[in-house]
Design a protein around this ligand. Structure first.
Ligand code: NG6
Ligand code: CA
Length: 505
């Protein structure tokens, strides 16, 4: 009898093990670590020599390091919009850089990346920067439930700040409510005119611990010694301390992982580094020798290491895919005098690429991207052209889920290249600078003519605007030095027509 019982148990076990393994391979945890304004050349695994990023290098060495991966856009809001919806952001007005009081721009009745995971039974979490708006209107009561927001577009859990670290309100919002709100000190926000009696960077620059750069306008309400964009009053208890904010996000991300370790989860972890104001915590200050921007990069690298260690300690590392990328390219002086320019020390955040954040040139949208999934992905470097807009269709395909025909129209299934099973990426990709669009097909990149300024003088970045058509051969001229439009009129014609057809779609 006892023999029969243990025999049955053994049979059950032999049956269960492959089933379990199958189940976890079908539904790996996915952690999407999305950083802010990190350039193609900012990591040592991408060739940086003036800064060391050991944790990300380790991730790169155990997974895929992409050399031709792109954010859809050269700024934050549109890149995030595309990642969430699978739609090119320039198809929809109002998807440019949002103020901190903007209304939600993600539709609540359409498929999104987190909603896809949710429909597959995942627990979905968002920790970090949001910058896609909150509520139905600009006018909103920050002291009550703020909805719709991330929780209405597919996240079971969210712990965010609304816009950027340099924009008010400088508060955390957890599951639709400002954390530590206080009814006796209500929060008000205004982007048009000053509210309340608190000092501003413009009137009281002597109160600043981080000086704003002239003419950038980061000189409205001072919070934690830093002049912000926009005015706020109230909510004194709720305001974050910049030096602690990334550590708070890390703690929240870890809590989410810990509480979902026994269940498939999708975590979108959107770090603020190295976006301005760069205020790394004390343990990283002065460590890079490249000013606060470099220190913030060390901090983000360390943060990734903390997450990887946690996964290992929980025993779920093998069943967790980590995707790492940035929302747009690099910028040095983006509003504060933080040493990014004066202590650059030969570091090249843009590597050999032309332009930077805001630019239609390559440094605007070509960003670092790493994907690791222990045991499932072979370590390699991939030159396949892929875009962050593709994750929605890619995971839909992986889950065998048909997307509604009019949704995620620009997202393509890139499972094979993203998993390193093929080097064939996208055939065509449209990229968005501040003003103009570019289209890449094969080795050719065409930038549509635009009358906007050639250089954003505030940040000292070439925007890629020209009143003439531009054509570059990315295979022979990755730095986009030679405009060969006049020598290849037929390619210009083909690509400009193709761009127009995609726009008209
Ligand atoms: C710009 C800000 C810049 C930064 C950016 C948003 C000025 C002059 N500059 O408008 O400091 O906040 O918006 O960055 O206001 S992003 O990465 O979120 O797109
Ligand atoms: Ca950004």
């Amino acid at each position: 009898m006892r023999f029969r019982n243990s025999f049955c148990f053994l049979i059950a076990l032999l049956w269960a093990i492959p089933c379990l393994a199958q189940k976890t391979a079908d539904r790996p945890n996915v952690i999407f670590i999305y950083v802010d304004d990190l350039g193609y050349g900012d990591l040592s695994c991408y060739g940086a020599t003036k800064i060391k990023t050991p944790h990300l290098d380790k991730l790169a060495n155990s997974g895929i390091r992409f050399t031709n991966a792109h954010a859809t856009s050269a700024t934050c809001t549109p890149s995030r919009y595309a990642l969430m919806t699978g739609q090119y952001p320039w198809r929809k007005s109002g998807t440019g850089i949002l103020p901190g009081d903007a209304a939600l721009i993600i539709p609540t009745d359409k498929i999104t990346l987190p909603a896809l995971f949710q429909q597959k039974g995942y627990r979905t979490g968002l920790v970090g920067k949001w910058h896609l708006g909150l509520g139905n209107a600009v006018q909103k009561n920050w002291n009550q439930k703020i909805t719709p927001g991330p929780n209405e577009v597919g996240f079971n859990y969210s712990f965010i700040f609304p816009a950027t670290a340099d924009r008010v309100p400088t508060v955390f919002v957890e599951n639709n409510y400002v954390v530590a709100r206080d009814s006796t000190d209500p929060i008000e926000v205004n982007y048009q005119s000053k509210i309340g009696t608190e000092p501003t960077g413009l009137e009281n620059p002597e109160l600043l611990k981080l000086q704003s750069s002239p003419n950038h306008g980061h000189n409205n309400t001072i919070v934690n010694g830093i002049g912000r964009i926009g005015y706020m009053s109230g909510g004194k208890l709720a305001r974050w301390t910049d030096e602690e904010m990334p550590l708070t996000f890390l703690a929240k991300a870890k809590e989410f992982i810990e509480s979902n370790k026994a269940h498939p989860f999708f975590l979108f972890y959107a770090l603020t580094e190295p976006h301005v104001p760069r205020m790394p915590s004390t343990m990283f200050r002065g460590k890079s020798g490249l000013g606060l921007r470099g220190d913030a990069i060390l901090q983000l690298d360390w943060t990734v290491g903390e997450i990887v260690s946690q996964l290992q300690n929980l025993g779920i590392a093998d069943n967790t895919m980590i995707i790492f990328s940035s929302d747009n390219g690099p910028v040095l002086d983006d509003g504060y005098q933080d040493g990014a320019v004066s202590q650059l020390n030969g570091h090249r955040p843009w590597w050999e690429l032309r332009g930077g954040k805001y630019s239609t040139f390559e440094a605007g949208t070509r960003v670092p991207m790493l994907i690791s999934w222990p045991g499932k992905i072979k370590a390699q470097v991939s030159d396949a052209m892929v875009s962050q807009i593709d994750f929605l269709a890619t995971f839909a395909q992986f889950f065998n889920k048909k997307l509604p025909s009019n949704e995620a129209p620009d997202s393509e299934d890139m499972w094979n290249p993203l998993l390193g099973k093929s080097t064939e990426g996208r055939k065509v990709l449209v990229k968005q600078g501040m003003n103009s669009l570019a289209i890449v097909k094969g080795e050719w990149k065409y930038i549509e003519p635009h009358a906007g300024p050639a250089v954003n003088k505030l940040v000292n970045i070439e925007l890629g605007n020209s009143s003439l058509p531009q054509l570059y051969n990315l295979k022979t001229d990755i730095s986009e030095k030679n405009n060969v439009a006049n020598q290849h009129l037929e390619v210009v014609k083909e690509l400009s027509e193709l761009l127009q057809r995609i726009k008209d779609k």
